[in-house]
Design a protein around this ligand. Structure first.
Ligand code: FES
Length: 252
């Protein structure tokens, strides 16, 4: 499918913002709407342009983070589903799709399609509703593992580009930073002559949730089952678990 996307771009809360046209081709009807935006963002990053910021967390229709106004409708043309569960088969080749943030004074736009949701927090703190925290807050980030041989150079390049975190494990360096520094980080590593083994957008939890040992094991079993499914590409969790929990899982 070839599509024209008209996406709301807004640098920050003070910026006026405007709809910007993007052409995207070879979109599979089986992609989710957010996967289609991921593809667009990869193309923008490769061109040196800033990716479109949008909210998401579980991508499983659970957390409600994904929002979006699509062609003037909350969550787009499908009914009873969240944006992350909307698939591109709901659109036709050649369609023009308008993608805008949640429009309400209580939820001002922070950047592009991301709105300030702190009004929800205030309702929650006031006891306005009871919720079970199943997913927490996550951010888009990029993670770039690098061969250990070049660890020192990688640390230096990562710091130069403004990375948030650098860890080393099993002969690889993993560098994590905000999506906005993706290109700087990529360039900085390339300039240092380092080979990037893998790079991409990941969901990294800001807050981890601790459950009792039995519940932790139950959730880990679900995660394992999801990971084993051919239909699942990635599974993200903010569950806090230990090596001991993983050992118990293996004994299952
Ligand atoms: S419900 Fe869509 S990202 Fe969680």
């Amino acid at each position: 499918m070839n599509l024209t996307l008209k996406i709301w771009r807004q640098k920050n809360a003070a910026d006026k913002g405007k709809l910007v046209d993007y052409q995207i081709s070879d979109v599979s009807p089986d992609m989710s709407f957010l996967e289609m935006l991921d593809v667009l963002n990869e193309q923008l990053i490769n061109k040196g342009e800033s990716p479109v910021a949008f909210d998401h967390d579980c991508r499983e229709g659970i957390c409600g983070m994904c929002s979006l106004y699509i062609n003037g409708e909350a969550h787009g043309p499908d009914r009873g589903i969240t944006t992350c569960q909307l698939h591109m088969r709901k659109f036709k080749d050649g369609d023009t799709i308008y993608i805008e943030p949640f429009r309400a004074n209580a939820f001002p736009v922070i950047r592009d399609l991301v709105v300030d949701r702190s009004a929800f927090d205030r309702i929650q703190h006031a006891g306005g509703f009871i919720s079970v925290n199943t997913s927490g807050n996550t951010i888009d980030a990029n993670a770039i593992p690098i061969n250990k041989h070049d660890a020192d150079k990688a640390f230096e390049a990562a710091l130069e580009a403004g990375a948030d975190d650098v860890t080393e494990e099993d002969g690889y360096i993993e560098i994590v930073g905000a999506a906005e520094i993706f290109k700087d980080l990529h360039d900085s590593l390339a300039n240092a002559g380092l080979k990037i083994e893998d790079a991409g957008l990941r969901m990294i939890p800001k807050q981890e949730v601790e459950l009792d040992p039995d519940q932790t094991l139950a959730v880990l079993r679900i995660i394992t089952a999801l990971e084993e499914s051919d239909d699942v590409q990635n599974v993200y969790t903010n569950l806090k678990y230990t090596d001991e929990d993983l050992e118990k899982l293996e004994e299952d």
